[in-house]
Design a protein around this ligand. Structure first.
Ligand code: SF4
Length: 346
């Protein structure tokens, strides 16, 4: 397939430091992801990611703090009460979380994420976070992945020693979740107003999601001025209603990773994909998560014995994609993000 003119112009536009608009992103997503032209788009995104990060990829370790039948009922999540996977609540002790965080740091994690379910008590999250912060090197970024925040809780997270929060307007938000997109967007704002970086991702993408919804989410996330973006596919939780849709292929996911990478322009360092895979790294993902503890894509409460990959596996995948893995603290969570914002406003 010959590269359509509009798509070639979009790649040139991004290389020139400008951001693709809605029409450009729609034209990218119109391309069949198996086409030769889509291969060129993925190659362009890969080069952009390599240039933005100096060919250094990053591995974050996400530690799940608890299991809960969560009343928010996001239908893609194994914790959702309605899915009936986990019917009892339990959580790691502070000591267990600290041990996992310190071990991950020693094994080369570039940043540590702490994740609680949507109903995990904020006071407990802050207590655990402060204790983890106390035991990590001062330069190791600590990132919060919790439910929606208000100005007070966002400030407390910052005061507890977190530098960033992960948040997303999910695919099907308000339809497949018990949370409105407006609530998510409010949380975006309070995260930024509290002086925290915002990390985000187009997720969780399933086969039924339209290109229109994907473009909508990319643009909402870009407008929030994140420190990283990316794309993640939905993992079917056996026995749940959404599982009937199945799962997009790694190739389709890699193409979405490439489109998300190009959409953010050249200045943003970080572009993630999940779960880690070599194809995604070859299409512009320079950020993977290793996972420990409970995981919303797993039915095993200790995902390191289930779906979760460890640092070594992520490292191997990046090596196969010919990335170097960054030694030391994350650049994504320490570099200013104003450059991408400046391009967006140009
Ligand atoms: S995604 Fe978060 S808020 Fe939604 S059900 Fe799962 S734990 Fe609860």
């Amino acid at each position: 397939m010959v590269m359509p003119r509009h798509v070639a112009d979009t790649i040139a536009k991004v290389a020139d430091g400008r951001l693709p608009d809605e029409g450009d992103l729609r034209a990218l997503l119109d391309l069949p992801h198996r086409s030769a032209a889509a291969g060129e788009v993925m190659a362009a995104a890969r080069e952009l990611a390599r240039e933005a990060s100096g060919n250094r990829a990053e591995i974050c370790v996400q530690i799940g703090l608890n299991v809960s039948p969560c009343p928010m009922n996001c239908r893609f999540c194994s914790f959702a009460a309605a899915n009936g996977v986990f019917n009892e609540s339990c959580e790691l002790s502070v000591e267990e979380v600290v041990e996992r965080a310190v071990r991950s740091e020693a094994e080369g994690a570039n940043s540590i994420y702490l994740m609680g379910t949507g109903d995990y008590p904020m006071a407990r999250f802050l207590e655990v976070g402060q204790e983890v912060r106390r035991h990590l090197r001062p330069t190791t970024p600590l990132v919060a992945n919790v439910g929606d925040l208000n100005p007070t809780t966002a400030r407390r997270i910052k005061d507890a020693g977190f530098c960033a929060a992960y948040h997303a307007v999910r695919m099907g938000e308000g339809r497949d979740t018990g949370i409105t997109a407006e609530r998510r967007l409010r949380t975006f704002r309070v995260i930024k107003e509290a002086g925290l970086q915002l990390g985000t991702c187009v997720e969780p993408v399933g086969p039924e999601h339209t290109d229109d919804e994907i473009v909508e989410k990319i643009l909402l996330h870009r407008a929030a001025e994140p420190c990283f973006s990316g794309a993640m596919r939905r993992i079917p939780i056996p026995g749940t209603e959404l599982a009937r849709h199945g799962c997009i292929s790694e190739l389709r996911l890699a193409y979405l990773v490439a489109v998300a990478r190009l959409a953010m322009g050249p200045s943003l360092i970080g572009n993630c994909t999940h779960e880690p895979n070599v194809l995604g790294a070859c299409a512009g993902a320079n950020m993977f998560w290793a996972e420990v503890g409970p995981n919303p894509r797993d039915t095993d409460a200790t995902t390191e014995h289930g779906r979760g990959l460890d640092i070594a596996a992520c490292r191997t995948m990046f090596a196969e994609a010919e990335y170097e893995v960054l030694e030391g603290p994350s650049l994504i969570h320490t570099e200013p993000v104003a450059a991408a914002t400046a391009v967006a406003r140009a």
